[in-house]
Design a protein around this ligand. Sequence first.
Ligand code: SF4
Ligand code: SF4
Length: 431
Amino acid sequence: MRHFLQPEMAAPLLPELGRKLGLEWGPCDGSWLHRRGTTPAGRIDMGENALSELKEMIRARAAELGFALCGFTTSGPPAHKAAYEAWLDAGRHAGMAYLATERARSTRVDPRRLMPACQTIIVLGCLYPPPLPPTDDPLGGRVAAYAVGDDYHDLLPARARTLAEFIVAQVGLPLEWRAVSDTAPLLEREIGQRAGLGWIGKNGMLINPGHGSYFVLAELLINLELPPDPPFETDRCGSCRRCLEACPTQCILPDRTLDASRCVSYLTIEQRGDIPEALRPGIGRWAFGCDICQEVCPWNVRFAGPAPSSPIAARRHFPLRDLGAELLADEVALAARFRRSPLRRAKRAGWKRNLIIALGNSGRPEALPALERALSDGDLLLRRHAAWAVGQIGGIAAGRMLREVLEAETDAAMQAELLHALDHLVRAAPR
Ligand code: SF4
Ligand code: SF4
């Protein structure tokens, strides 16, 4: 959706700020304010110093709104357009078919398709606190650090809109703008690099030299020509390979992209339905997302710190101390868990499927009561994954549970799943 702020709303702010910027203002036809030397297209004929001052005012306001990072770039196509198209053509986007539609492809490689009048993209970075370390609890689990607070998809566009209104008030023109945060097809990290915020690391994350990579991005597209910041050209990964070595599914590719079909973040957030059995052990205790390739990155080890002023810093109900209790949560508790949270993207089936896999990976017999309940869930997807998880835990009680369920089961696919789990349990039993 595009937004316009009528100049009448900006008018009370103009005299003081206009003078500060060296502008001259005059009422014209009673409905618009015209500034001498300004064309209606949002081009401002003021000196470099005034434009630089305007940019600094925007950066200062962005910081007040919780955006520790703020860079300016043009609306031209991203430099690595060909690499992105090759990634899609190779099917590395896995089940994220929405990335490969004709419209999404053409828009991602040309931001002006999102807003034809766009002249500048202001790229905003909002820090979030680093991940909590894993708990010692026997059934403890993990959630990606960006997802423990309120959903940035809701919070950040609203703050970017406030910034847009601030800019319109400074300039006094009826500017057109659009605020997004992972809510429109845009190669955000590429554009962030071009706006000087950092470089794209081998793990595919945008890394800022002063803050590391624990931040999420929002963009403000605006039809106002502002001088772009210099792109961040240096690759500061050097010979480091920590993220590649630590990735539990070896899905980081040499061209700084990911094979999404094997990435734990993709599997636990975007994947619908079954998670392939071979990939389940790599998920470990992650119930939503994965931070491993960021946790090991020296730029995070060195520079990431608390983000006290961040709008997405609130920790709500985490860490996950008991995956079994989460799995047993009733629908009311689940609705509370999902409210304003990024977790809702996985939906009930995906979230519970992830909890079941993490419980299976725990190998702890304490997980069996919650898994027994999941074996009788109305959703066959959850029942199938629960059979696998019980088989992973193994032992006499797990074997008895699988056999009892098998005796009463009538669904052929579920029977096959239970037999497969029993087979695994028998083969893995100590001799
Ligand atoms: Fe690997 Fe996890 Fe990073 Fe995905 S998020 S690339 S699985 S370490
Ligand atoms: Fe680059 Fe090393 Fe960080 Fe990976 S872990 S992104 S290679 S600096």
